[in-house]
Design a protein around this ligand. Structure first.
Ligand code: F6R
Length: 597
């Protein structure tokens, strides 16, 4: 979703801001803008609707906007349409600012303080700019005014603020929206994400909710909302510029699909101790053991990983487990058992729906564990424990390597809770990594199949049972989000209870068969849809395969099949989208990190 970048130093700010914004494009956006202090002392604001390319053009690649201090923004519309007026930065009297998040009480604030203001946009952000102007006009200095708005605003924000009377400072403030300060030599930066700054620095200050920051070219001062100065050391990010580039790949999604074997190997390495044994913090294991049920909370792809995680916990650890969609759980909480343990799965660690559940269960006094790809993310900081995914930055909006990483870490965790379960997970995960490598060697086959089965179809169905059904849900999500083909994942046995009515001549049905105990049952369901004209493509494990199966995967441990069977479905989605000319890495209407509920 929305992205922020700010720069103050000696270099021309506009090209740095544009480059930072380009690194944030993956988050999803529909307009962009920047504001720079010109040498004359005026603030120049440029905005453009649509692709960042339009802002590049409008600013002549940044050269038309001079100055060494500025802020930039990519906006994913929430309040008001994606128009130039609604794009950030927003101006309110003395202040120009960019904002990620949502001001929940904007109506109240407009009525209470700003009834005389003529707003130029429909955004909640403009309200913040005018509030700062109001408070400073009535005698407060800028920092007092920032503390004042922090006390007034209900909701979430990451803010980067320019004060027209002082070109030597950028103010920043944060509550429930991600923000980092990048530390440089003779310059400093502000970003909603390290990616926006990594070309210039890999040293960052973490900013907590309820803190504001005074950023100059030579200094970073962090304060609480009550004005108490905080001492904080910067940390070094384990990220370099090459992680954020496509290299020779045409799309990040393809690169990320093919990174999966190395991600699994990295996870094995990270979770192996000096004695060569896989390990997980004993406190986590003890807390899960003491609980009477594991509640997995997540959204989208991460939720689908949670469904497979349920199987891992129930089969390896004999621990009752359920996976829940966060946005449902938060408003319709099921009756909890006496000693629940909560696991949050979130690639970004910033998903607002999951965070709402986190806030609620923490208030109830329960312990929480977050599985995330982003160290220091909100869900990580707020949980009792964190397990990292080590997948490297996932830039494509459609999640691929984070899903397999989530499965791998869930498997390690479940195997450590279920000490009795006989599995050499280190070995089995290595086998899975090798099998994925083989799958990646067959991409031409998936391209051919995707074109043959899906190029002109308006819909498609994935069917499977048990773990295969969970993979089907993920496979269908991937297909619909990037190709826009209406795709659904169904429990194969459930088709005849209604959905089979949708099957007609040439309807594509992709069946996933990786489990021996359901092989014959799913095969019967395949016959049922074939009899009604469906074009069937079967993905099966070698030991269960029949000669007509179009995609045959080398065997892995039966619990780990979702790690490998999902990979051909990722390719199928990729090539189906490619054949339709879709914007694969940035599908319409979607954002990478969904920071609104
Ligand atoms: C789909 C996808 C989304 C995310 C979901 C949760 O490809 O990426 O469904 O899985 O928005 O995001 P995280 O995992 O960051 O909480």
């Amino acid at each position: 979703m929305c992205g922020i970048v700010g720069y103050i130093g000696k270099e021309e700010a506009a090209p740095i801001l544009l480059e930072g914004l380009s690194k944030l494009e993956y988050r999803g956006y529909d307009s962009a803008g920047l504001a720079v202090f010109a040498p004359s002392g005026d603030i120049v604001i440029k905005k453009a609707v649509g692709k960042l390319e339009n802002l590049y053009q409008k600013t002549e690649n940044g050269s038309a906007v001079q100055g060494v201090c500025g802020i930039g923004h990519t906006r994913w519309a929430t309040h008001g349409k994606p128009t130039e007026d609604n794009a950030h930065p927003h101006e309110g009297g003395r202040f120009v600012l960019v904002h990620n998040g949502i001001v929940e009480n904007e109506e109240f604030l407009r009525n209470k303080y700003l009834s005389d203001v003529e707003f130029k946009s429909e955004t909640d952000t403009e309200v913040i700019a005018w509030l700062l102007d109001k408070f400073t006009s009535s005698g407060e200095d800028p920092e007092m005014a920032i503390r004042h708005i922090m006390a007034e605003i209900q909701g979430s924000y990451a803010l980067a603020i320019l004060d027209k009377t002082n070109p030597d400072v950028i103010y920043a403030a944060k509550n429930k929206s991600p923000m980092l300060i990048g530390k440089g030599e003779g310059f400093n930066m502000i970003g909603s994400d390290s990616m926006a700054m990594i070309a210039h620095t890999n040293m960052f200050y973490e900013i907590n909710d309820g803190e504001y920051v005074v950023v100059t070219k030579d200094g970073v001062e962090i304060y609480t909302e009550y004005g108490k100065k905080m001492e904080r050391e910067p940390f070094k990010a384990e990220l370099d510029l090459s992680d954020t580039e496509k290299g020779t790949y045409p799309h990040f999604m393809l690169k990320e699909i093919e990174e999966q074997p190395s991600v699994i190997r990295r996870i094995i390495q990270q979770y192996t101790d000096d004695d060569g044994e896989m390990f997980i913090d004993e406190n986590i294991i003890n807390d899960i053991n003491e609980s009477d049920k594991v509640y997995i909370i997540a959204c989208g792809t991460s939720y689908h990983a949670g469904l497979v995680g349920k199987q891992f916990f129930e089969k390896m650890a004999k621990k009752p487990t359920d996976a829940y969609i966060a946005s449902e759980f938060v408003h319709n909480m099921p009756l909890l058992t006496e000693k629940p343990f909560f696991i949050f799965i979130s690639q970004s660690g910033e998903t607002a729906d999951s965070r709402s559940v986190m806030v609620k269960v923490k208030e109830m006094g329960y312990k929480t564990l977050t599985l995330t790809n982003v160290k220091g993310s909100t869900l990580s900081r707020e949980a009792t424990y964190t397990l990292l995914l080590y997948a490297g930055p996932e830039i494509a909006v459609a999640s691929t390597k984070a899903y397999t990483a989530q499965l791998a870490v869930l498997a390690i965790l479940a195997s450590k809770v279920g000490k009795e379960y006989d599995i050499n997970l280190k070995y089995e995960l290595s086998v899975a990594a090798n099998v994925i490598e083989t799958i990646c060697g067959e991409r031409e086959n998936y391209k051919y199949l995707a074109e043959k089965y899906l190029k002109d179809s308006r819909n498609a169905f994935y069917i499977g049972r048990g773990a295969d059904y969970y993979v089907c849900l993920e496979a269908a999500l991937k297909l619909k989000e990037i190709s826009y083909i209406q795709a659904e994942g169904f429990a194969a046995g459930e088709l005849k209870h209604g959905t089979i009515a949708l099957i007609e001549k040439d309807t594509p049905v992709i069946a996933v068969i990786t489990q021996e105990n359901i092989n014959l049952n799913t095969r019967s369901n395949i016959k049922e849809v074939r009899a009604r004209g469906a074009k069937v493509l079967v993905i099966s494990m070698r030991s269960l395969s029949l000669h007509r199966d179009k995609i045959v995967i080398n065997d892995v441990h039966e619990l780990l099949t979702p790690l490998v069977s999902v990979v051909p479905t990722q390719y199928i989605a990729y090539y189906a989208a490619l054949s339709r000319g879709r914007d694969i890495d940035k599908p319409r209407n979607l954002a990478k990190s969904v920071t609104v509920e």
